[in-house]
Design a protein around this ligand. Structure first.
Ligand code: ZN
Length: 172
């Protein structure tokens, strides 16, 4: 998995056009595999759904293959969380509401491609896997998502709310 850190201040919903623009700015030769070699080649595409507060989007995601170890890597924008459909921004909003003692279900708007059950799962995951870590950071993460994501990458080598090890490479 290769997470491409785009313009971090822009966490709007990802669509195909923005994704393709992100890909066109990528220098494949510079991306390093988890095995430390370079020279990734395009190895096809697959379709993935993204669920956000603005609705559902399908994304044609590029996959790369390392010529050295043969691993394949999906190229994902940093607005996503590996192996999850909900955008990191929306999950962050739910967690903020929860931590403020508000009802996280209020994040569900009529356009949102998630419901109360999804929100409850996010909060469960947060409490089980992330709450203690965030407290350990001692950061005021309630406002600054960019700062939080940077910290999580630095301290835990993971995207905020990621629970599966994805052999993740962050590429900026
Ligand atoms: Zn490799």
């Amino acid at each position: 998995m290769i997470m491409v850190r785009g313009k971090e201040e822009d966490f709007g919903a990802m669509d195909q056009q923005r994704y393709d623009e992100m890909l066109s700015g990528l220098e494949l030769a510079k991306i390093e595999c988890v095995c430390s070699s370079r020279g990734m080649k395009v190895h096809g595409y697959y379709e993935r759904s993204i669920h956000s507060s603005e609705g559902e989007t399908k994304l044609r995601v590029m996959r790369l293959k390392c010529p050295c170890c043969g691993r394949t890597h999906a190229v994902l924008p940093s607005v996503l969380v590996p192996y999850q459909q909900l955008c990191v921004r929306d999950q962050h909003q739910m967690v903020i509401a929860y931590e403020k003692g508000e009802s996280p279900e209020n994040v569900c708007t009529p356009e949102a491609a998630f419901d109360e059950n999804n929100v409850r799962s996010v909060i469960r995951r947060y409490k089980k896997f992330w709450r203690a870590k965030i407290r350990q950071l001692g950061e005021d993460f309630h406002t600054d998502l960019c700062g939080l994501l940077d910290l999580c990458r630095m301290m835990f080598s993971a995207q905020f709310m990621q629970i599966r090890d994805a052999g993740c490479v962050i590429f900026t």
